[in-house]
Design a protein around this ligand. Structure first.
Ligand code: CUA
Length: 262
């Protein structure tokens, strides 16, 4: 038995699926990407809670349907029942689903309001969607000339990729943010609709021209978080990825210092 366990663990360790633990989608992945914000943890937990109800309901309905088909087959049950009403059963099958919906609504609404809340942010980053790249603006910091940090973020084309980089996901200039800090992200677009989305951070915010949307981020660990534009925005919609680099506060300050003195 121990030998089998050992063998299994060796296979699990050396399976060549993806040995590079960045926050990206993996080949043949079915579940969620690892969460890095409390919001994404909440989303995953809500999903698991709902799966419990979904499984119970599916099993119950399938069982009831099969029993009905079995017992009410005409050659098995040639004399049909004349019963057409049952107040009690009708009350039960109305109230029970309503009650289940009520139970589900409680965690769902609390998560919804938690996602909407922007808790006095320490940093504001503005992200603008363009056809077809993103641009980032850090307007909290100014240099002597009164200029804030402002840069474009383009996808790295396939021929320029370095070994280990992700095709269609890597960008030339990443959005850099510190970990364990409340960050406000303001999202808008310069031309058409885009959507700023990163699965691991639990963010998907529409970028709408002429309108400011905002979300908040609180990243719990350092890492590289990959996302993609999630609103069909034209021919290069699939080629305007998003990369967020979450670093420690001293590294972030160093990055800001370098950027502002560029
Ligand atoms: Cu930008 Cu799709």
């Amino acid at each position: 038995m121990l030998k089998i366990l050992y063998f299994c663990s060796v296979i699990a360790v050396f399976t060549p699926i993806n040995l590079n633990y960045s926050d990206v989608a993996e080949n043949w992945q079915l579940g969620f990407q690892d969460p890095a914000t409390p919001i994404m943890e909440g989303i995953i937990n809500l999903h698991h809670d709902l799966m419990f109800f979904i499984c119970i309901i599916s099993i119950f309905v399938t069982w009831m349907l099969s029993r009905t088909l079995w017992h009410f087959k005409h050659n098995r049950n040639p004399e049909p029942s004349s019963l057409i009403h049952g107040t009690l059963i009708e009350m039960i099958w109305t109230i029970t689903p309503a009650f289940i919906l009520l139970i589900i609504a409680v965690p769902s609404f609390s998560l919804l309001y938690a996602m909407d809340e922007v808790i006095s942010p320490a940093i504001t980053v503005k992200t603008l969607g363009h056809q077809w790249y993103w641009s980032y603006e850090y307007s909290d910091y100014y240099n002597e000339d009164g200029e804030c940090i402002n840069f474009d973020s383009y996808m790295v084309p396939e021929e320029d990729l370095l070994l280990g980089q992700y095709r269609l996901l890597e960008v030339d200039n990443r959005m850099v943010i510190p970990i364990n800090t409340h960050i406000r992200v303001i999202v808008s677009a310069a031309d058409v609709l885009h959507s700023w989305a990163i699965p691991s951070l639990g963010v998907k915010c529409d970028a709408i021209p002429g309108r400011l949307n905002q979300t908040s981020l609180f990243v719990k660990r350092e890492g590289l978080y990959y996302g993609q534009c999630s609103e069909i925005c034209g021919i290069n919609h699939g080629f305007m990825p998003i990369v967020v680099e979450a670093v420690t506060l001293p590294n972030y300050i160093q990055w800001i210092f370098n950027k502002i003195n560029e």
